[in-house]
Design a protein around this ligand. Structure first.
Ligand code: ACO
Length: 325
């Protein structure tokens, strides 16, 4: 049976120039390089300049993804930006990205599912591409998590960084099997009863301020391994593949110990996991496309490979997405 699949035809990413090491943080908060590396695997993170909003990071990542796909801004007919740190409360970051890139009038909007945002955004964009409503979709994860930090709270401020990643999705005809190029299956979940484990203590309709990120890290950790492992198996079922068929796992990069825990639970080969948490830290919705770009650029992820993306974040939200590159 002939079907239309959303194929990833280009990947790009962008990291702000400034690098902040663990030692830099230890100068003003009671922490150490040793503690951060041992508990998280993080060595450094990137931080945007004061005059460099999230949309700037998104635009650069999008330009690189379009170049990789051999497309130009005029070809784009859908923009979905996964972000929890937009430039402004409104308009959407996607509207600003559209203007800065010079994309013609088309649907453009943000998706807010915190660290799971990119997985959610891929499924939303797939709804357009696979129904023939988009021929060239930009799906972007872009974040400036450092704007949400309480720099006196050592339990959170050492964990996050800024960055952006993007993919271009284009329709490709498939046979309705897992051998098709393109998106094969998704799992999306949210458990709103656990909003108090991870949230920002501000917003336009409460405090009227942006607020700071608050997290009960060890409780989030406990849910993470179980939830992510379940999402991966459920996504593989939806895609009609076995977990052992996956060539590359591209996890949300929150903590090396979570990624390792999921790997052990499912018996994954650690050589098939793309890890960037060491140098990028947790960039929320940007972390998956940033890691995907690293895997594609260094030649590990090749055309035809089966790739699985997974994430968990505030909400709590979590999910996974499988595609053949
Ligand atoms: N430096 C030094 N000591 C610290 C630091 C720090 N930066 N932070 C906490 N500590 C101390 C604590 O105060 C505590 O001390 P105590 O034992 O004297 O009370 C001790 O270290 C242990 O603290 P825990 O919170 O139990 O440490 P844990 O091993 O759980 O690691 C961490 C904390 C890294 C936050 C971990 O719980 C984690 O990664 N959680 C999940 C994060 C996550 O996945 N979030 C989801 C995505 S984020 C999003 O959606 C926006």
């Amino acid at each position: 049976m002939s079907v239309i699949r959303s194929a990833v035809t280009g990947v790009g990413s962008y990291l702000p120039e400034q690098i902040v090491t663990n030692a830099d943080l230890a100068e003003f908060v009671d922490t150490s390089d040793e503690w951060i590396q041992e508990r998280t695997g993080i060595k450094q993170r990137h931080r945007a300049r004061d005059d460099e909003p999230t949309s700037d990071l998104a635009v650069e990542a999008a330009r690189r993804a379009l170049a990789a796909a051999g497309k130009s801004a005029e070809d784009v007919d859908l923009i979905v930006v996964a972000t929890t740190t937009p430039d402004m409360t409104f308009p959407a970051c996607a509207s600003i990205v559209q203007r800065k890139l010079g994309v013609p009038v088309c649907p453009a909007f943000d998706v807010q599912a915190v660290c799971s945002g990119f997985v959610y955004a891929m499924s939303v964009a797939d709804g357009f591409v696979a129904r023939g409503l988009s021929k060239c979709a930009l799906v972007i994860g872009a974040e400036e998590m450092t704007r949400l930090m309480d720099w006196t709270d050592r339990t959170t401020c050492v964990l996050f960084g800024d960055g952006a990643g993007a993919v271009v999705l284009e329709p490709r005809e498939g046979q309705g099997t897992s051998a098709d190029q393109g998106l094969l299956g998704f799992t999306l979940r949210c458990d709103g009863s656990k909003t108090d484990l991870l949230y920002v203590d501000g917003g336009p309709a409460t405090t009227g301020t942006v607020g700071h990120l608050r997290m009960l890290g060890n409780q989030v950790f406990r849910h993470a391994v179980v939830n992510i492992a379940e999402a991966i198996t459920s996504c593989c079922d939806a895609a009609g593949v076995e977990v052992s068929d996956i060539d590359w796992f591209v996890p949300h990069q929150a903590n090396q110990r979570i990624i390792k825990g999921v790997g052990e639970r499912l018996g994954l080969d650690e050589n098939k996991i793309i890890l960037t948490v060491e140098t990028h830290a947790n960039t929320s919705a940007a972390s998956i496309p940033l890691a995907l770009d690293v895997g594609v650029k260094d030649g590990r992820i090749k055309k035809g490979d089966l790739v699985l993306l997974e994430a968990m974040g505030g909400g709590l939200t979590w999910g996974a997405c499988a595609f053949r590159f």
